[in-house]
Design a protein around this ligand. Structure first.
Ligand code: UT7
Length: 332
């Protein structure tokens, strides 16, 4: 027990669209094949939000509703909604405001966090510090991305990877010895353009030329990102384990960002973890950017036990990366 409150995860929610974009369907769109995709990425299918009138905020709204339902509380009890996304419905207003409107969280404020695949971890750290301050009691942290809105379906190197989806958590204070224990977050913009959406921002505002040049699509130097992701996720996870006195045996669960199964396997192996402790669901969803980590937590919620030592880790555009140590407190 301690006097200072820590933030603990008390409820989870998720939303994935029904439509399954399989490797077989991708074979009809670009020059690729199921064997290449599965062996190079571990992905078999991803979900796509087909309804043109629905986007990232819709998925985040469904996540928020499920969190409220699972926790058994009213939207008016929410103090803040933090949304991690790189595919906001609008450049502004923030997706958080659209979710607030959808669920009628009349006492909340909210904002978006842009940190690509590390967005959820950055947002979780921010939310946990808000709870630790004592000023906020219920903070929603949601990762939601409609990646299909920025993916070029003529580029076989990227279109096979990404999918749409959302998931999130509710943070509340606890004085017990569990919750968000520690976080290490980093960014390095030296190679920012190696994973980037070049058009549509203030540098290259949308114009006929930018659209013709495909600048509104995500661009990635896959091999460089692959190498950096493997090195950085393992290093930052080992760093947080060491400074909290955790050995590989102590770690009960590793929750990596789901970008490529080979990155995840290599990271787990560098950390000396038994593969059974590594959460892996990329085969069914692909890379949903800000949603991958909470989507794993959601799917493993019945296996997570109170007191489990859980390490979350991510790497993404920016470059951004980080690791968070959670002692699982159990859901309410
Ligand atoms: O979440 C944000 C962070 N993102 C990541 O962490 C992604 C990191 N990168 C990756 O996951 C991998 O680099 C990719 C999956 C993007 C690509 O896999 P790779 O093993 O690095 O392939 P590569 O780019 O080195 O390409 C190898 C070959 C090339 O052919 P040649 O030049 O050797 O003849 C590509 O043209 O594979 C070819 N290729 C494909 N073949 C069939 C690339 N994409 C495909 C494809 N189907 N979809």
């Amino acid at each position: 027990m301690s006097d200072k409150p820590k933030a603990t995860i008390t409820a989870l929610g998720h939303y994935v669209p029904d439509y399954r974009l399989t490797n077989a369907e991708l074979e009809t769109i670009v020059d690729t094949n199921d064997e290449w995709i599965r062996s190079r990425t571990g992905i078999s299918e991803r979900r796509i939000l087909k309804d043109p009138d629905k986007a990232t905020a819709f998925m985040g709204g469904e996540v928020a509703k499920e969190i409220l339902k699972n926790r058994g509380i009213e939207a008016s009890e929410i103090d803040c909604i933090i949304v991690a996304t790189v595919t906001a419905d609008y450049l502004f207003p923030a997706t958080a405001c659209l979710i607030q409107r959808e669920i009628k969280a009349t006492n909340a404020y909210g904002f978006d966090v842009s940190a690509a695949c590390s967005g959820f971890l950055y947002a979780l750290t921010t939310g946990s510090m808000m709870i630790e301050s004592g000023r906020y009691k219920k903070v929603m942290v949601i990762g939601t991305d409609k990646m299909s809105s920025i993916v070029d379906y003529t580029d076989r190197a990227t279109c096979i990877i990404f999918g749409d989806g959302g998931a999130g958590v509710l943070l509340e204070p606890t004085t017990e010895d569990h919750g968000i224990i520690d976080a290490i977050q980093r960014c390095d913009g030296t190679e920012a353009e190696l994973l980037c959406q070049p058009g549509g921002g203030s540098l290259n505002p949308a114009s006929e030329e930018t659209v013709k040049a495909g600048m509104h699509y995500l661009k990635q130097e896959g091999r460089v990102v692959f190498k950096k992701a493997t090195e950085s996720m393992a290093a930052v996870s080992l760093e947080i384990m060491e400074r909290n006195g955790l050995t590989n045996d102590d770690v009960d669960w590793f929750v990596p960002h789901q970008a490529n199964e080979r990155i995840i396997t290599a990271t787990g192996s560098r950390m000396g973890l038994d593969p059974s402790k590594v959460m892996l669901n990329i085969s069914r969803y692909g890379n949903t950017t800000a949603a991958t980590i909470p989507l794993c937590l959601y799917e493993w919620k019945d296996k997570l036990k109170k007191g489990d030592d859980v390490i979350l880790a991510s790497f993404g555009g920016g470059f951004t990366w980080g690791s968070i140590y959670v002692k699982w407190g159990g859901l309410k």
